[in-house]
Design a protein around this ligand. Sequence first.
Ligand code: SF4
Length: 380
Amino acid sequence: MKKLLGLYLHVPFCMRKCFYCDFLSFTYADASSLEMYTRALALEIAQQGEIYGNRFIVNSVFLGGGTPSLLSAEQLARVLTALSRSFAVAGNCETTMEVNPGVLDERKIETALSLGVNRLSVGAQSFKDESLHTLGRIHTRADILTTCAAARRAGIGNINLDLMFAFPGQTLADWRYTLSEAMALGPEHISFYSLQLEEGTPLWAFVRNGALAETFEDTDREMYRFAVRTLADAGYERYEISNAARPGFRCRHNLKYWSLESYLGLGLGAHSYADGARFSNTEDLDAYIAAAGDTALLRAHEHVNTPFDDISEYMFLGLRRTEGVSEAAYRARFGEDIRARFSKEIERLTDESLLESSDGSLRLTELGVDMSNRVFVAFV
Ligand code: SF4
């Protein structure tokens, strides 16, 4: 029987670099690099299709970035057509496109819809214009409303809003406002991440030179707990540390990452986990384009997981999910008892009130969510 596969397609261009960003993305300079990149990406899709296309059925696709909504309607069509020609795509495939408010028009949404995109992930981050300015985002609150309204008009029935909290200068009142504005738009899914200040970014420099104050850890946690309560009261189920959805709208693609299921990352610097190996592409844009989809040329790193690598990743990724790690699912996958392998770790973390066990599953406690890194390292 064919196995299921997720596909991640990376588009590494943005209108401008946000002040906190250290993702693999470049300021969009000219139309020709985007065009060359799209051609190379379509070639890589075709080549990977020859390797994996007959063995897997794709049931989730995620176009991420960067800003995939920078692609023209024609480029979007080229990439998604290459995908449907090269892979067997399930009829109910969840196909997500990340969009940045202000970088999407109705024609593109309609093209995307006609090519199978059925979920938009909108990089809203904040609904306060002042905060958006601090973060170096190119959009305003009004752009978020316009983008979501256009998506709904076009018939998109599954929208995620990405929100950010605990960034320098943000108050609890700001965060409350952003959450209430987000929920007023009625998205099916909300991702809410605490900002990690990355060394070398402009935002990090603002904090270092005293122009902005870093958020205290207890404020960060207060903001997180406020979001968890508010989203639950509004009918969103938190199913992962930083993700909540209305019933039936959990992100199938991202759940693959947390469940150690197979996915292929295509595009610049994209990471994959398939056939028990982790591998990634070059982060050099010129080299990626010159490779013209040749996997031997664009591969930068490969590691075949040992059995323990898989066990360890299954544990620390799975514990991110609110449902935790099922002991029966662990036994079915690895043919051993979870408590036989990790008895000391489970006992210690339970004594420290970081881990709890019920209904045959291990999961993080509320304190465990706050100190999740401490839990995860115990399984590495
Ligand atoms: S839109 Fe996303 S990827 Fe692009 S610069 Fe901003 S944070 Fe980075």
